[in-house]
Design a protein around this ligand. Structure first.
Ligand code: AMP
Ligand code: MG
Length: 486
């Protein structure tokens, strides 16, 4: 008896029909090895630890066997890349297996790196172990930080060769999300109202039921309702990125989830040393996706999404919905910053102090995560925090004003410290730590990845024995930027 036989599957995306995807079989990896399973996610999906250790499970997540009752497919989408219309893209190396019904709704399983599809273009359909480890860890880290994200169930490796700048080996991550529909999925049908409406009705029915139904609302109304939700969720997502120092690296519209999930972890970075124009992607020479531009890029991407609907909805109401973006963004951003600064309310004047904070971090290239984390303890011990800023006068001045402002709290100092420690992670997935996990995995040593995964599960809790994982990289460990190759 196969433990996957009893899993209850649905195939709503496949049911949209052949215009939206191509049914096909993945090309599995040879002699696959299961490197890691996210057991807490497996549990939510109704898969026991025993099941995830079975040969059947490995066969499925290595692309060698379909899920029982599965309908494997690659989806088509288009998109804007680096500001330019790129035309048709699609799942060039990803296969959707179907959705598992959970208590909180369906969760789709999608393999990434599982072989060629009709949308592979020049690609080989594969993903290397290096980038797969990065995607696997980032999904986990973001989830644990409370940031909306796709998740990753498993990481499988093989000795199969993959040709990038050097010869590397192949891997497959099994990603999990309620849906992998992207802004680009809609952009693909911008001039085809029938299919566009079909996708609109699909997304609303399954993921935004609160937006209404095609029976009661006009399509123009449905577009506005859905767009309103996407604006809100995307704004919230990027506000979280900003306040945790996450740079996505490739914010093309095909990498924007219609559910406001962080998706497609490539050359991303959780910043170490802060620079407002930091960008982790070596191919982004213009800095289009630099940290300080991320919020406006999301807005631009939302405008691309909105413009798909010009045949079914007038421009003014679309503009009206887009205009909510700034307010939505600032609401989440201010909330996050208030928590991170340890204030019990947000005052008008706080924006100035916070902007000076970013300037201070930038001028000193201070460590993003530790600058926030150590700020909690400045009422009892200031030297550690000040040392991040070379004990500069500017830092001492800012700190004085911070302490003055903090006196306006009604909450006690212990409450401020506790609040700050709940919102300023001590452990983030720094690039040099991901690199250590990658190098371990490449040499068959899973201990660094397992340890990092464990520690990142509770990133806000100080963990004995994990002191090194809270430290910024040494100059030798520092990874300035990453290539897009994956
Ligand atoms: P990304 O930059 O990873 O979001 O990928 C952009 C597009 O290129 C998507 O359509 C991917 O499916 C496709 N793609 C990226 N890498 C590969 C590959 N190795 N083989 C096939 N398609 C790929
Ligand atoms: Mg992509």
């Amino acid at each position: 008896m196969n433990c996957l036989d009893t899993v209850s599957l649905s195939h709503s995306f496949a049911d949209l029909g052949p215009q939206f995807s191509t049914r096909l079989t993945p090309q599995g990896l040879n002699e696959p090895r299961l490197l890691h399973v996210n057991q807490s996610l497996a549990h939510r999906l109704g898969l026991s630890a025993e099941c995830t250790q079975s040969a059947e499970f490995l066969a499925v997540v290595s692309g060698n066997q379909a899920l029982p009752q599965g309908q494997t497919l690659a989806a088509v989408y288009s998109g804007h890349q680096f500001g330019h219309w790129a035309g048709q893209l699609g799942d060039g190396r990803a296969h959707l297996l179907g959705a598992i019904e959970t208590t909180t709704g369906p969760e789709e399983l999608q393999l990434k790196g599982s072989g060629l599809t009709p949308y592979s273009r020049m690609g080989d359909g594969r993903a290397v172990l290096r980038s797969s480890v990065r995607e696997y860890l980032a999904s986990h880290a973001m989830k644990a930080l409370g940031i909306p994200t796709t998740e990753a169930l498993s990481l499988v490796a093989s000795e199969d060769k993959v040709y990038r700048e050097t010869i590397e080996t192949a891997a497959i991550v099994c990603r999990v999300a309620p849906s992998f529909v992207r802004f680009g999925s809609f952009e693909h049908w911008a001039n085809k109202p029938e299919q566009l409406k079909q996708l609109l009705h699909y997304v609303i029915k399954h993921f935004y039921p609160e937006c209404g139904s095609p029976i009661l609302q006009t399509d123009a109304e449905l577009v506005q309702q859905m767009l309103r939700q996407v604006v809100r969720r995307s704004a919230q997502m990027v506000a979280h990125w900003q306040t945790v120092g996450f740079c996505h690296g490739v914010m093309n519209t095909d990498n924007m989830s219609i559910l406001g999930l962080s998706i497609d972890y490539g050359p991303y970075a959780f910043m170490d040393s802060f620079a407002i124009n930091s960008t982790p992607n070596t191919t982004d020479s213009g800095g289009r996706y630099a940290w300080f531009r991320q919020p406006s890029v999301v807005h631009w991407n939302l405008a691309r999404l909105a413009s798909c609907f010009l045949d079914i909805c007038k421009e003014d109401p679309l503009q009206e919905v887009l205009a909510h973006y700034e307010k939505d963004y600032l609401a989440q951003y201010h909330w996050n910053m208030r928590q991170k600064m340890g204030w019990d309310q947000w005052l008008e004047t706080d924006s100035t102090l916070v902007n000076e904070w970013w300037q201070l971090l930038h001028d000193h290239g201070a460590d993003f995560s530790l600058s926030f984390r150590l700020l909690a303890q400045v009422t009892t011990e200031t030297q550690s925090w000040l040392s991040l800023f070379n004990h500069s006068e500017a830092a001492q001045n800012w700190l004085q004003r911070y302490l003055e402002r903090t006196k306006q709290n009604k909450q006690k100092n212990e409450a401020r410290v506790a609040q700050m420690n709940r919102h300023n992670p001590l452990y983030v997935l720094r690039n040099h730590l991901a690199q250590q996990a990658i190098e371990g995995a490449q040499q068959g040593n899973m201990e660094p990845l397992e340890r990092l995964f464990r520690v990142l599960t509770t990133p806000y809790d100080e963990q004995t024995g994990a002191e090194d994982l809270a430290l910024p990289p040494t100059p030798e460990q520092r990874i300035a930027a990453l290539s897009c190759s994956s």
